[in-house]
Design a protein around this ligand. Structure first.
Ligand code: DGY
Length: 330
């Protein structure tokens, strides 16, 4: 039996390559760091039945038109805002993602940013590096307390819930906002559901974990930052466009919220001249929420398993859509 042809937009960890190579004819952009140029990708998918994509690969009408045999797009990410899912569904193409395996790792990073912004960790390191550490003094680099404060999580999916659970270890009051209240989460963590504005007004720490959608794009702007407490710390580990970045820059300049920790940006990657980097009260890292060896390996193997399952007629583990069967080609 002929093996399905798949195209990978990057070389993946060996464990994922082994899964794919055992079942498919693998073609790929054979680099680990540099993204595949668009024209190479469009040529690469021409004969492919499966595509393994990263969150930086745009899977849109143009790509689908260049890929007449495509049956499945397996995204190596939990977010899939890089994929035009309705267009895939209309073509009978299944889309899969990698939920679950990155939950705890991403929640850890949200907490790393929360703590770093609250306790001015990066500012402290920069001060020492610049030779500015003079005699100890009472108000040097004073931050805000995390323990006992109010943690408000916006988006109570898997990652949001994991962020809340960690708050219990810091004896925090927990609240969340979601499209709908989640009684199971409340029973497990003691978190309280709050309307969006009330959460912003009462939280000492606002952590965003919502997926990017038409509904959440631009969800945090000047109005929302003005509602936050002057002492609040804002953390985004979701997607950059959930925040109106120019408004955040202005808000941080004005000191409300007091500080921010960001893993994601409106237009990634950002360069050293980005205005957020000029702000001492903003901690920025380059979209590394899921970046541990174990988690990235698991994401890659899960994406590979989704691709192989679909192409061999098995139900995929993590379908995002339920497209009708593709029209027969004969
Ligand atoms: C995802 O999976 O969507 C993350 O942003 C990448 O770790």
């Amino acid at each position: 039996m002929s093996r399905p042809v798949v195209y990978l937009t990057r070389r993946l960890p060996a464990a994922a390559m082994a899964i794919l190579e055992a079942a498919c004819t693998v073609t790929l952009w054979d680099e680990t760091e540099r993204p595949v140029p668009r024209e190479v990708l469009l040529r690469g998918v021409a004969g492919a039945e499966g595509l393994l994509s990263l969150l930086t690969d745009r899977v849109d009408a143009e790509l689908l038109a260049a890929a007449p045999r495509l049956r499945v797009v397996a995204n190596m990410a939990v977010g899939y805002d890089n994929i035009d899912v309705p267009a895939c569904s209309a073509r009978g193409i299944l889309v899969t993602n990698t939920p679950g395996v990155l939950t705890e790792t991403t929640a850890d990073l949200a907490w790393a940013l929360l703590l770093a912004a609250a306790r001015r960790i990066v500012e402290g390191q920069k001060l020492i590096e610049a030779g500015g550490w003079g005699p100890w003094h009472p108000l040097q680099l004073v931050g805000v307390d995390v323990h006992g404060a109010t943690l408000g999580v916006v988006g109570a999916g898997r990652i949001g819930a994991a962020v809340l659970r960690r708050g219990r270890g810091f004896a925090m009051r927990l609240c969340y906002h979601n499209r709908h209240p989640t009684p199971a989460l409340e029973a497990e963590t003691g978190a309280r559901y709050l309307p969006f504005d009330e959460l912003l007004q009462t939280s000492d720490f606002v952590v965003v974990t919502v997926p990017l959608s038409a509904e959440t794009r631009g969800m945090f702007g000047a109005r929302e930052f003005a509602l936050m407490r002057e002492t609040a710390v804002f953390v985004n580990v979701a997607r950059g466009p959930v925040v109106r970045e120019a408004d955040l820059v202005a808000a941080l300049h004005a000191g409300r919220p007091r500080a921010a920790g960001l893993d994601v940006f409106e237009h990634e990657p950002i360069g050293p001249a980005h205005p957020l980097l000029a702000l001492a009260n903003c901690v920025c890292v380059p979209h590394i929420g899921s970046a541990t060896v174990a988690t990235r390996t698991r994401m890659a193997t899960l994406a590979a398993e989704n691709l192989v399952a679909t192409l061999s007629g098995q139900p995929p583990l993590n379908p995002v859509n339920a497209p009708p069967p593709a029209p027969s080609q004969g």
